[in-house]
Ligand binder design. Structure first.
Ligand SMILES: Cc1cc2nc3c(=O)[nH]c(=O)nc-3n(C[C@H](O)[C@H](O)[C@H](O)COP(=O)(O)OP(=O)(O)OC[C@H]3O[C@@H](n4cnc5c(N)ncnc54)[C@H](O)[C@@H]3O)c2cc1C
Length: 385
């Protein structure tokens, strides 16, 4: 696929993913977008097929035997995003934002408790950093965790959290010491639905990614045992920075999937649609748009997959992840807009799906650190050398 040398095992998994997408996800993608409903039964089905556990070691119920198979994960996510970016976003929030952070930072007990139910598709996770007054200014969070003997007491509010309205498990970033803007003093905690004082709001009504529930989390004197601390106290922001590199680059893959799907749709359309007695495909201005879409998808995929491979080999990719995220996410929105333009009035209609891809793609320019923040980080690095 896309010129990558794949093992027989990787090809088999990809075939399974394609079948799952073609038979189960694609047929309902427009409906779940329209209704704003998360298809829990498909999340469960992915768990049963072993598709939620590709990145997790076998001892926690996954299928990885050591080094994480980033190539396979990336290809699966790209394909899935081409069918339903919203579903892919929610799956990513549960397995990557929640599951992978437990895997990287958790104690053995925490990994054994929280990872298997998530990758079996029985439980859904989320990751909460953003607050009403702290978005880009992530170190300005106001949620506080105060130590009380063997316990912590959490108070605060999170917003815009993917999966929050339906989540069973929550990773919550809170300040334990230090003041606003300080990198030390943040801590991550594992919370569960049903804990006293923990509530979530209704799913927000939003422009795109509509089948992925986004919402608020309220914590009013939530008292948790110190064993729910994820990673060392006061190092929560540092752990977050580390895992955010992969999550940022990974968010670009959703838009690569969207762009590829838009190109596929357009390639069929321009061969069929005739104006002035000729198929649209014959017009050079249309050809230029198609060639540019292809160029940008190829560049985004090659760079993003390359740096995720570097990360899998233990290299730090902070700056590269910013470049990949910025380029790939902007590229995805542009590709979807171009697809609409190429298809004219038909592109503007829901029937052809490209308008949905455009609405979905826009989110990734905002989430996981806005593209403006990526630009600032890149410039800061370059100017500091
Ligand atoms: C659908 C959805 C799902 C999400 N899922 C999650 C999740 O699962 N977990 C989670 O923790 N968060 C999540 N978020 C939150 C997301 O990460 C934030 O929305 C994002 O970080 C931006 O924060 P903000 O919305 O408060 O915008 P703001 O920070 O208020 O930014 C507004 C604008 O100002 C710009 N800006 C801000 N600071 C600067 C600066 N210093 N220089 C130049 N420009 C600046 C921004 O780039 C942006 O254009 C989600 C958001 C959405 C919409």
């Amino acid at each position: 696929m896309y010129g990558y040398d794949l093992s027989e095992e990787q090809k088999m998994t990809l075939d399974m993913v394609k079948k799952f997408i073609g038979n189960e996800l694609e047929p309902i993608a427009a409906e779940i977008d329209e209704k704003g409903e998360f298809p829990m039964h498909l999340y469960k089905k992915m768990g049963e097929l072993g598709l939620l556990g590709l990145r997790f070691p076998v001892e926690y119920g996954g299928s990885s035997n050591g080094e994480e198979d980033f190539l396979l994960n990336n290809l699966c996510n790209e394909l899935m995003a081409g069918a339903s970016a919203g579903f892919t976003l929610s799956v990513g929030a549960s397995t990557l934002l929640f599951g992978n952070n437990v895997l990287k930072l958790g104690t053995e007990e925490q990994k054994k408790k929280y990872i298997p139910p998530v990758i079996a598709g029985d439980r859904i996770g989320c990751w909460g950093l953003t607050e009403p007054e702290a978005g880009s200014d992530a170190l300005g969070i106001r949620t506080k965790a105060v130590k009380d003997g063997d316990h912590y007491i959490l108070n605060g509010q999170k917003t815009f959290i993917t999966n929050a309205p339906i989540a069973d498990y929550f990773i919550i970033l809170a300040r334990t010491t230090g003041g606003s803007g300080e990198i030390y003093g943040g801590s991550a905690f594992l919370l569960e639905r049903g804990m006293e004082g923990l509530e979530t709001g209704k799913p927000f009504d939003k422009m795109g990614m509509r089948c992925s529930p986004t919402g608020e989390i309220f914590m009013d004197n939530v008292r948790i045992h110190k064993s729910q601390l994820l990673g060392a106290q006061d190092t929560g922001f540092l752990g977050m920075m580390d895992s955010l590199d992969v999550e940022r680059a990974g968010s670009g893959i959703i838009n690569i999937g969207i762009a590829q799907k838009c190109l596929d749709i357009v390639l069929n359309y321009v061969r069929e649609r005739k104006q002035f007695g000729r198929p649209l495909a014959k017009f050079q201005l249309i050809q230029e748009k198609i060639a540019a879409m292809y160029r940008d998808i190829e560049l985004a995929r090659a760079y993003t997959f390359h740096i995720l491979d570097m990360a899998a080999k233990g290299k730090k990719i902070t700056r590269e992840a910013g470049v990949a995220k910025w380029f790939a996410t902007e590229m995805g929105t542009k590709a979807a807009l171009e697809a609409i333009q190429i298809m004219g009035g038909y592109g503007y209609m829901k029937e052809y799906h490209v308008e949905r891809y455009m609405r979905d793609a826009k989110l990734l320019e905002i989430g996981a650190g806005t593209n403006e923040i990526q630009k600032l980080l890149i410039a800061r690095f370059l100017l500091s050398r």
